[in-house]
Design a protein around this ligand. Structure first.
Ligand SMILES: *[C@@H]1O[C@H](CO)[C@@H](O)[C@H](O)[C@H]1NC(C)=O
Ligand SMILES: *[C@@H]1O[C@H](CO)[C@@H](O)[C@H](O)[C@H]1NC(C)=O
Ligand SMILES: *[C@@H]1O[C@H](CO)[C@@H](O)[C@H](O)[C@H]1NC(C)=O
Ligand SMILES: *[C@@H]1O[C@H](CO)[C@@H](O)[C@H](O)[C@H]1NC(C)=O
Ligand SMILES: *[C@@H]1O[C@H](CO)[C@@H](O)[C@H](O)[C@H]1NC(C)=O
Ligand SMILES: *[C@@H]1O[C@H](CO)[C@@H](O)[C@H](O)[C@H]1NC(C)=O
Ligand SMILES: *[C@@H]1O[C@H](CO)[C@@H](O)[C@H](O)[C@H]1NC(C)=O
Length: 791
């Protein structure tokens, strides 16, 4: 009996002990077991030497080479980075068993297995890692084709297979990975031509295919409006120059088989920083405007057959720190702007026919003869027999120029047509497209240490968008006390508030006319929450006040950041002279407003147009950065039912008559022109008639001599402005104020001109103050692409 009692109490004790072991421990154990098995299968590399049966994987200190991240009990991230140059794993390694083990971690979102000596072909089991968002398996010995099963990974945003031995082509289904932002395949043995389906990847930011054996024409990438890096180095692409969208930052076509001319539109890609088209067979005149692109720092055209004459008096961007013209057919003299500052800048130009003595040059007639030969070579041209060489040269040059501009025009037209189609096709459910710089889903962001850096890069220093409670807003404004009242506009009353944490906000209060449930506002709120940009007064959150009877919305509050420094008009045409902005500051403010408009038009989908922009709605922050405060929130427009009046009425009528789609962007360009006009003349412009009168004076002033110019231009700025920047601003202002919308420039064009004005003003200031500001030399061995990849 004693034994029996003892026995049953032992059982009881065991039972209690079993109960006390939390379930989480058991889960952890199975994952821990999987990780230890991974260590064994990888032949215990030194990076995993710390892993043993007692390791607390989820809470171990992450390092650059080893990180495990968990969400609750699941492992969501695994980074194992072996030593550089690790040799391949021994014969008994099986990639298949390795993946069989790996897929026991199905919650993995981020997986990096770099330099671990993995070999074999990627097993189809990879499809079981269906949550994968980022996969980096670079620097291994993986071979074979990319398996079809990767197409199942619909969350995949980043695919990095660099430095392996993969072969086969880029499969068609790659175009179905609709979230893909980075596709990086350098240094493999891929071949074949690229599938046209890549045109559909409109989230793609980085396409890096260097050091493979790809061939054929590059598909039309002009629809990839987010593409920032295109690196095709060392393949056999060609012969036509790829069509791209204008946001490209890094363009590397080095060592391919391109043999066309450079399209003229390249000169309008204002974000281009790095151009390397060396060692192809490019022909035609060297586009000199590449030297003055506003962002350019690296330009390499070496080893082509560019022709044309350079002049000493040509201008170039001061930031250019690497220029290589070598081995082309250029004549004339090296521009002096390249020769100055020679310590900071690498300039190569040997093996041309330039009249500059220093680097090894061919005699002039060599280039002339070669240029003739190049002119004869292009395809489909009949071999000339009897024509005199001089006439031939002339007609070839003329033909090429005309051809280039026709191609340019054609591309522009085709792109317009495609753009129209594309906007129609965007499905309703994906109303909002994320900003370019934050390509990761919020799911991932919420738990990933890995990405936090990414966010900071693209961040604005604003807290995340959120819902506010009514009590919180009442506290912030002392119950909407009159002392907090800022004013009343067509879009409701504005209050100033101070939140608990001491930060200031502006609260817009909207009384709603029709009864809707909060659900009806979901799309609007989603849109508003995305309207965040350095040059917009950004929304921080919202709050609904509801009727008690049917809980439909009675009032809505939108909470915005509070911008401290008053309106742009207050710093231009009103207020004290000491507060007035200098010319340089005015250009900077104009660039800011233009960037804000550009974001409203293109940074979100659908774009926000017809914003009824007024100089009094542009606010300045403590750093005098301009922020647009009143934009066309669909919610506001619907609620108010009518739009404001004033200077803009004619533009608005035009907009109403023509409907939403045609030239909607040009309405904003006109309104921006009015703002520019006020910034130039420095006095308040209050009616459309005034706009017309001052515009005429400006038109006259721009063609007349300098003295008459000064009489219209704000005397405050005349003291310190370069004439060229002033004329550029006047020119773009006049074009923006064209009566015919089609004649107004696009916002990109406006921005380009303003940035140009800023640049010449800067140079002028530099000259006039006799400061040759020496910048630190920039290492030219590092492409900007490496930074972009990690955004
Ligand atoms: C593979 O072989 C090595 C010896 O060459 C041995 O140390 C290792 O444990 C083996 N690995 C597996 C997974 O069998
Ligand atoms: C596991 O490794 C830690 C150091 O990483 C060490 O302190 C501990 O003794 C090891 N435990 C076992 C069971 O090997
Ligand atoms: C953990 O993973 C399992 C299996 O994939 C899943 O069912 C579970 O919801 C996940 N738990 C959490 C907290 O994500
Ligand atoms: C892949 O991971 C390695 C190791 O962390 C890193 O050095 C490399 O930059 C990553 N590749 C890309 C394209 O980001
Ligand atoms: C290309 O990849 C191989 C491994 O497949 C590596 O040994 C080599 O260093 C890589 N080349 C470059 C230029 O990165
Ligand atoms: C790819 O490489 C494998 C060997 O790893 C070979 O059997 C196959 O034929 C190759 N495929 C192509 C398209 O070159
Ligand atoms: C630059 O110099 C050339 C002759 O050397 C001249 O024809 C041209 O007009 C000059 N351009 C400018 C902008 O001064």
């Amino acid at each position: 009996m004693g034994v029996g009692r003892n026995f049953s109490s032992t059982i009881f004790l065991l039972f209690v002990v079993l109960l006390l072991i939390p379930c989480t421990e058991q889960l952890q154990t199975s994952h821990a077991h999987t990780l230890l098995r991974i260590k064994k299968l990888l032949n215990s590399p030194s990076v995993l030497s710390t892993w043993n049966t007692s390791t607390d994987f989820c809470n171990a200190e992450p390092s650059a080479s080893l990180t495990v991240a968990c969400y609750e009990d699941n492992i969501t991230q695994l980074h194992i980075i072996g030593e550089k140059g690790t040799s391949s794993l021994p014969e008994n390694f099986s990639i298949d068993s390795f993946f069989t083990t790996l897929v026991r971690l199905p919650s993995l979102k981020v997986l990096s297995l770099v330099s671990l000596g993995l070999w074999g072909s990627l097993p189809s089991k990879i499809s079981r890692l269906f949550s994968l968002e980022i996969l980096n398996i670079s620097s291994n010995f993986l071979s074979g084709a990319i398996p079809q099963e990767v197409s199942v990974l619909r969350s995949l945003q980043t695919l990095i297979l660099d430095n392996n031995m993969f072969n086969g082509s880029v499969p068609k289904w790659m175009g179905e990975l609709s979230l893909l932002a980075v596709l990086s395949l350098p240094n493999n043995s891929f071949s074949g031509s690229l599938p046209n389906s890549l045109r559909g990847l409109n989230t793609l930011r980085v396409l890096s295919l260097s050091m493979n054996q790809f061939s054929g024409e590059v598909p039309d990438l002009s629809g990839l409006t987010n593409l920032q890096v295109l690196d095709l180095e060392d393949n056999r692409f060609g012969p036509e120059f790829p069509s791209l969208a204008s946001k490209v930052v890094t363009l590397v076509l080095r060592k391919n088989k391109f043999s066309s001319a450079i399209p003229e539109e390249l000169s309008s890609y204002y974000q281009l920083k790095w151009i390397d088209i060396s060692f192809n067979r490019f022909v035609g005149p060297f586009p000199k405007s590449l030297l003055t692109l506003p962002s350019i720092t690296y330009l390499n055209i070496a080893g082509n057959r560019f022709t044309g004459m350079l002049f000493e008096n040509m201008s170039c961007n001061a930031e250019l720190d690497y220029v290589d013209f070598s081995s082309n057919l250029l004549t004339g003299k090296l521009p002096t702007c390249l020769l100055s500052d020679s310590e900071n800048r690498v300039v190569r130009y040997s093996k041309n026919c330039l009249a500059s003595g220093e680097q090894n040059q061919h005699p002039y007639f060599f280039c002339r003869n070669e240029a003739l030969a190049v002119g004869i070579l292009p395809r489909k041209q009949k071999k000339p027999t009897r024509m005199a060489k001089g006439i031939l040269a002339l007609s070839i040059v003329g033909g090429i120029t005309l051809g280039v501009s026709l191609i340019g025009l054609l591309i522009v037209l085709v792109r317009r047509a495609q753009f129209g189609k594309r906007t129609m096709k965007i499905p309703r459910t994906r109303l909002i497209q994320e900003n370019v710089s934050t390509g990761y889903s919020s799911k991932l962001l919420s738990d990933a240490r890995y990405i936090s850096q990414t966010m900071r890069l693209g961040g604005l220093g604003l807290p995340p968008y959120r819902t506010f409670s009514l009590e919180e807003l009442e506290r912030a404004t002392s119950n909407f006390n009159t002392s907090s009242f800022l004013g009343e506009g067509s879009h409701g009353q504005m209050y100033r508030g101070e939140l608990n944490d001491g930060s200031l906000v502006a609260i817009r209060c909207l009384k709603l006319k029709r009864r809707h449930s909060t659900q009806n506002f979901r799309h609007h709120i989603e849109l508003i929450s995305k309207l965040r940009h350095r040059h917009l007064v950004s929304a921080l959150g919202h709050c609904f006040e509801c009727y008690l009877d049917d809980s439909s919305v009675s009032r809505m509050f939108l909470v915005f950041e509070y911008v401290q420094n008053g309106t742009l008009r207050g710093h231009i045409s009103e207020g004290l002279t000491e507060q007035k902005l200098t010319w340089t500051q005015r250009i900077a403010a104009a660039v800011g407003v233009a960037k804000g408009i550009q974001f409203l038009h293109t940074g979100i989908v659908p774009g926000v147009y017809s914003n009824n922009l007024k100089i009094t709605d542009v606010l300045l922050d403590n750093n005098l950065a301009a922020k647009i405060s009143s934009y066309n929130l669909p919610l506001l427009a619907e609620n108010v039912g009518k739009l404001g009046t004033g200077v803009h009425s004619s533009a608005l009528k035009e907009h109403n008559a023509r409907g939403r789609t045609i030239d909607a962007d040009k309405v904003d360009v006109y309104d921006f022109g009015v703002i520019l006009l006020e910034m130039i003349v420095g006095k308040s412009i209050l009616s459309k008639d005034e706009v017309d009168i001052i515009k005429d004076q400006l038109q006259w002033g721009i063609t007349a001599d300098d003295v008459s110019l000064i009489s219209i231009v704000d005397p405050v700025i005349c003291k310190a402005c370069s004439e060229e920047s002033m004329k550029t601003m006047m020119g773009i202002c006049l074009r923006a104020l064209s009566e015919e919308p089609a004649q107004r420039p696009s916002i990109e064009d406006v921005l380009w001109n303003l940035q140009f004005a800023a640049q010449v003003q800067d140079e002028w200031r530099g000259d006039s103050q006799c400061q040759s500001s020496k910048e630190s030399p920039v290492s030219s061995s590092q492409r900007p692409s490496s930074q972009l990849t990690s955004w």
